[in-house]
Design a protein around this ligand. Structure first.
Ligand SMILES: O=C(O)[C@H]1O[C@H](OP(=O)(O)OP(=O)(O)OC[C@H]2O[C@@H](n3ccc(=O)[nH]c3=O)[C@H](O)[C@@H]2O)[C@H](O)[C@@H](O)[C@H]1O
Length: 518
């Protein structure tokens, strides 16, 4: 509000040109007194000039008004004006002159409206400010997501839909997480080959050489499988994928793998295997239709269990590594989503899966590399001097188990955040049922590579390893028709053939390598 008033002490009488004196206007001189201005009309002898000026210093004005009032008693009109000015300028000061009731009421009403208006304007201003902040924030968020992520857009959606297209009657549509990984790439290819719709998702992290993951992606692309580059923790991306494609199944293989690496980077296990799993389950339970979930647990959940062979009914509450603990947590977490939201869940406990396109961090892979490069390998031995043993399982057998799990999974039973009835919840061992010691594994590799390994045999460090694994696969055999057929000798031969070809040893070694890969 702008107040216009001419302080009395500074008003010059129009008849006393240039002379500074005080003049008290009578009632007839007060032509306008309003909430926003006071205008004083000069006496009739004057030129009827109007005086009006902005009030710059209300305190000074009040002081002067009071002082003048003391020196020369004001006329009634003058007093009234003083009161009105005081009332305008210091409306809430207690003990001041009271003005007429009707005036007071209307002024209070006016003031009330004025303050309500002001408040309203301020509220609007604050809301507008907040809205601009939010839209700016969302703009920055969206832009940075589009700049940093390689997903989104019409072309991207077309690729997703083409990849998800089913090419056989009764075919399923599967979102494969970790599709550029070892097991993920094999499962994706198997599904695609039989005509299912497959969309891959992988974050291509640098846990091991990402160029191998890119090569797997290229292999999948050549078979019409599109792999989205993104993280399972990205809820926006997951929601977009489920909006774009009504997936019937999710094959969740994205994880932080490796037992011993958990000592170095524990957070990555929580990020991928716990938070990532929850993000995926959240997106899945909200999807319409809800997909059935098949996911990778691990033989490591048996931990310190010493009853053999490991059966699904054995204790799994004594994990030996953080990796194992996060996989065990995954089994509990998936149970919650099954129980509350009706997600159909199948957990598969993989037993040291190996084969072509495998993981460079695993023993059979790194041993092969070192043996070929003439570098020593470290072979762990138990504290009691016994050899360590694993139920090494060939990739093709595991893929058959995964596909069978997808095919036998019942539909989820929830929608809109609630389940209609209890959904299926299953856990199976996918092992080979014939453990082989680590020294025996090394001997097979030496034979296939025709190179002797330089072995350093050391005691197993206490970093999460367990001395042996051995799967009981009775349940998987009965309910999935799972029947592993590849022994370690045959499986490693296939692996070595792939390794030599992929890393160019076939070309470099000429005839000798042809013999090796035959
Ligand atoms: O079944 C699983 O759930 C897990 O299987 C796999 O773990 P592991 O069985 O530990 O396989 P892997 O590292 O190949 O070691 C094999 C053997 O070689 C020994 N080993 C290892 C390294 C070394 O330098 N020397 C050595 O003797 C080592 O002591 C061990 O006895 C997956 O990596 C894991 O992600 C998970 O899927």
């Amino acid at each position: 509000m702008r107040i216009l008033v001419q302080p009395i002490s500074t008003i010059k009488h129009p008849n006393l040109a240039g002379e500074r004196s005080t003049w008290h206007p009578g009632p007839r001189h007060l032509s306008v007194v309003s909430n926003s201005s006071v205008t004083i009309r000069a006496p009739p002898t004057s030129t009827d000039q109007l005086f009006s000026a902005p009030l710059r210093d209300p305190l000074l004005c009040r002081h002067r008004l009071k002082r003048e009032g003391e020196k020369k008693p004001c006329t009634e009109a003058g007093k009234m004006m003083v009161r009105m000015l005081e009332d305008d300028l210091f409306p809430s000061t207690p003990g001041k002159v009271k003005i007429e009731r009707t005036h007071g009421a209307s002024r209070k009403l006016q003031r009330c409206f004025a303050s309500a208006n002001t408040l309203f304007l301020w509220a609007l201003f604050v809301i507008a400010l907040f809205a601009s902040y939010l839209s700016f924030h969302s703009f920055v968020d969206t832009s940075s997501r589009y700049l940093s992520a390689s997903w989104g857009g019409l072309h991207w959606e077309r690729q997703i839909r083409a990849s998800a297209a089913v090419r056989r009657p009764e075919g399923i549509t599967v979102l494969v997480t970790g599709a550029a990984g070892f097991v993920g790439s094999h499962v994706s290819l198997a599904l695609r080959r039989r005509g299912d719709g497959v969309v891959g998702l992988d974050n291509f992290n640098a846990y091991y050489d990402p160029s191998l993951k890119k090569a797997r992606k290229a292999l999948l692309a050549s078979h019409g499988v599109f792999v989205v580059e993104g993280d399972v923790n990205d809820a926006h991306l997951l929601a977009k994928l489920f909006d774009t494609v009504p997936f019937t199944h999710v094959m969740h293989l994205a994880a932080q793998a490796g037992v011993r690496y958990a000592i170095q980077n524990p957070a990555s296990y929580v990020h991928s295997n716990v938070a990532g799993l929850v993000a995926l389950l959240e997106a899945s339970k909200s999807a319409d239709p809800q997909p059935a979930i098949v996911w990778a647990s691990s033989s490591s959940v048996y931990g310190l269990n010493d009853k053999v062979p490991f059966s699904e009914s054995h204790r799994t509450d004594r994990p030996a590594s953080l990796y194992a603990a996060t996989k065990k947590a995954g089994e509990e977490i998936t149970h919650v989503y099954n129980h509350i939201y009706g997600l159909s869940v199948t957990g598969l406990r993989f037993f040291t899966v190996y084969g072509p396109w495998g993981r460079p961090d695993m023993a059979y892979f790194s041993f092969t590399r070192n043996i070929l490069q003439g570098k020593p390998i470290t072979v762990y031995r138990g504290r009691d001097g016994a050899d360590l043993a694993r139920d090494f399982t060939y990739i093709d057998d595991v893929v058959k188990g995964c596909v069978a799990a997808l095919d036998t999974a019942e539909a989820s039973t929830g929608s809109g955040g609630r389940k209609r009835r209890q959904a299926q919840y299953r856990i199976y061992n996918l092992g080979n049922t014939s453990p082989v010691t680590v020294p025996a594994l090394v001997s097979i590799l030496e034979r296939h590579l025709k190179v002797d390994a330089k072995k350093n045999i050391v005691e197993m460090p206490g970093n999460g390893d367990v001395p042996f694994t051995h799967a009981n696969i009775t349940a998987a055999r009965a309910e999935l028709g799972y029947k592993p057929t590849t022994n370690l000798e045959t499986g490693l031969k296939k692996f070595v053939k792939w390794y030599l070809s992929y890393y160019g040893y076939s070309r470099r070694l000429g005839g000798k390598s042809q013999e090796l890969v035959a």
